[in-house]
Write a protein that binds this ligand. Sequence first.
Ligand code: HPA
Length: 275
Amino acid sequence: MRHWQEELAASVAAWDARGWPRPDVVVVSGSGLAVDLGTPLDSAPIADLLPFPVHAVAGHPLRAELLRLPSGRVLLSSRGRLHAYQGYEPGQVVYIVRLAALLGARTLVLTNAAGGIDPSLAAGDLVLISDQINLSGMTPLWGEPPEAWGPRFPDMVDAYSADLRALARQHAEGLGLTLSEGVYVGLAGPAYETPAEVRMLRALGADLVGMSTVLEVIAARHLGMRCLGVSLVANPAAGVSPEPLVHADVLAAGARAAGRLQAILRGVLEDPRLG
Ligand code: HPA
């Protein structure tokens, strides 16, 4: 298993050579969920930051933006992400998170589109991720990651920071928006789940199901970052509702929720307590 450490060191040097300020926070946005966080100082195709070829899937425009908020905080915003189902290995899926961490970012904010397993969730709901179940069958920590990155057996309690969740809830409440909380299960995909799989996932304690996020959070926790995750319920998971699952519906639900998500994230990202 490759960890890309030489490439990451070169990417850090290339970042500094661009004259870009180093980020405090990295935001990784999911399927059609890239929100407008302000006017970027600069932007680049994500491919320019990565030492391997990337390709985009429909609705996943892959651009990186660098922003400086009025507070002075610097954000690296990855508009779209790489998924294992596209053929990327875990070290590639988490490359941008590791790059941000090695540049000094202490906080990871993730969004994703997910299927709602909990029947009380409706398409368009925003849910704070309280915890995760990694059923992708992979981890970015296979092999021997450099010792300097973090412990061999990282703790995954508080994988999604309780403090950051409280902060997000406060900002949502201030906007008159409801944010429930749920456990996210990450699968490899790309086929959606069968109804039997969704019943199994529910029995395992999952409220939301998707094909991203869990590897990024493992890599981020390993590197000591705090994580905040928000899922947009794009659809009820298979068998929870009689409708078939269609990728276009996932994108449409993202477009409808974009304004709410943007307002919450802007509040959180500007908050001095974000750290
Ligand atoms: N399952 C898995 N991933 C998803 C779903 C789903 O129902 N909806 C959006 N991403």
